[in-house]
Design a protein around this ligand. Sequence first.
Ligand code: 5RP
Length: 220
Amino acid sequence: MNVKQLAAEKAVEYVQDGMKVGLGTGSTAYWAIRKLGERVSGGLQITAVATSQASEDQARELGIPLVAFGDVDSLDLTIDGADELDGALQLIKGGGGALLREKIVAMGSARMIVVADESKAVTTLGKFPLPVEIVPFAWEWTVAALAKLGCKTELRRSGEDLYKTDNGNYIADCRFVAIESAAELALALQRIPGVVEHGLFIGIADLAIIGKSDGTIEII
Ligand code: 5RP
């Protein structure tokens, strides 16, 4: 079993009958959705909300009952991956481009469990370029404003084209030397009008389950 699968399957043990569950996005969340599908086939009764088209497609194929997030009041638990996480459970997310929906869903959940392999655990955030979702209108201005925060920005591409999120926006990947204060940076990002949402998740995750190459699990 690979380490992502190890972490993801442990997280699925927290899912109980009757829960409303948020499904994350990415190669670690994939294993959680797969395990949930197995448990649903075995009789587990849940309803789920997906954070991306890819996760929705996977869940549908596995027979996991899906609802639109707008149709539920709240969720009990969201299981999602991360690109980086520190000891205070501050995260960088959005490597897969789904950060906006992921944040909306995680914040609407009573609990968020992060699943990751050990390479994602860091002392200081920032080695992974911070994904920022921006509106296409005048994106050049938004990217220039982001660069003023002290990062090198790159507009994400998908082959020849600019990458578009499930919401029709662009992603600017912002490379900082290190993010000393995630909270201060989050505030600065929110002040830029063209920014829709950023990949800093602060005070949102409740638990992290980290799969290690020696086959053990660390829980933060
Ligand atoms: C997608 C995400 C993912 O959770 C993050 O990129 C981690 O992905 P993976 O589990 O494939 O490493 O934030 O927007």
